[in-house]
Design a protein around this ligand. Structure first.
Ligand SMILES: Nc1nc(=O)c2c([nH]1)NC[C@@H]1CN(c3ccc(C(=O)N[C@@H](CCC(=O)O)C(=O)O)cc3)C=[N+]21
Length: 296
């Protein structure tokens, strides 16, 4: 058996086309365009490449977009002042501070400084809290992308056994919360595994939908997966570079084994990653509509 591929890159392209049409109509009717600033501190090559991809997507959708690069030794106070500037900038609807930040900067302090209404990553405790009680204004981008892939691939989530491997604030925790809520692409029974889980395989083998965000290259093997399960691989592990300097990526799931067992699986690259960026764009369009009181 060979699993159906859930092609995130293709779904992402389709959603971006929908968004581009929406941006165009907002511009025509209201004379405004969604504004996104991506703030990059330092010169981490992976971060540079992600931010470049976000800027490219923003340009293609017709956003007003600003790339703000800051030196690695910027002080915390100056970074906070910069965020305050964008909080007050009426052309900016969404603020993204690329993580990780240098060690001398308190990441939480920076994330808490972003106006929750411009927090298109949905990392501010206000937005995390609203998600928890099932009243989100913005969904965190990677979990939103995962849920969208489940919906658009026709995966039944209601009553499904969902097992999440990983408990990060960015992926594991929020996707677990989202899958247990009432509503479309949710209503699941959720188990969360992490580094202290006694028997991870016991849990993964029970999953109808297995979501892996462990941060360990090819952590989940083929025989950890229930035959017919849907597997979502959130891992983006750089395992080397090609001769011409392109990053070689592998997921957190041993893909070649897993595809023989699962009924459907996301590839890496081309799976969850492109969806993450697309959901950032979707949140920015939403922010723009809220800021300009535009109803659907
Ligand atoms: N404030 C903040 N928000 C983020 O959303 C955020 C962040 N910081 N820091 C880093 C992580 C990582 N992340 C990815 C986004 C897209 C791909 C993606 O598009 N990956 C492509 C491949 C890209 C490549 O080839 O390098 C794919 O999987 O097909 C991956 C990873 C967002 N993050």
């Amino acid at each position: 058996m060979s699993a159906k591929l859930i092609k995130g890159a293709e779904v992402a392209k389709q959603i971006r086309e929908e968004l581009a049409a929406e941006v165009k109509s907002i511009k025509e009717k209201y004379g405004v365009e969604p504004g996104l600033v991506t703030i990059l501190v330092g010169e981490n090559p992976a971060s540079q490449s992600y931010v470049r991809a976000k800027q490219k997507a923003a340009h293609e959708l017709g956003f007003y977009s600003v790339q703000d690069n800051q030196p690695a030794d910027i002080s915390e106070d100056n970074l906070l002042a910069l965020i305050d500037k964008y909080n007050k900038d009426p052309k900016i609807d969404g603020i993204l501070v690329q993580l990780p930040l240098p060690k001398h900067i308190n990441e939480n302090k920076v994330l808490y400084a972003i106006d929750p209404g411009k927090d298109v990553d949905a990392f501010h405790p206000f937005n995390v809290g609203k998600l928890m009680i099932g009243q989100p204004d913005y969904l965190p981008c990677t979990p939103a992308g995962i849920q969208e892939l489940l919906i658009r691939s026709g995966t039944e989530t209601s009553g499904a056994e969902v097992v999440v491997v990983g408990r990060s604030n960015i992926v594991g925790k929020p996707i677990a919360v989202m899958m247990m809520q009432k509503g479309k692409g949710a209503n699941a029974t959720v188990t969360v595994c992490h580094t202290r889980t006694k028997d991870v395989q016991f849990h993964t083998k029970r999953a109808d939908i297995l979501i892996v965000a462990a941060g360990v290259t090819e952590y989940v093997k083929g025989d950890w997966i229930k035959p017919g399960a849907v597997v979502i691989d959130v891992g983006v592990n750089e395992v080397g570079q090609t001769a011409d300097g392109k990053r070689i990526l592998k997921g957190d799931v041993a893909f070649d084994e897993a595809k023989e067992v699962a009924s459907a699986i996301t590839p890496v690259p081309g799976g969850v990653g492109p969806m993450t960026i697309t959901m950032l764009m979707k949140n920015t369009v939403r922010a723009c509509k809220v800021h300009h009181k535009i109803k659907d």
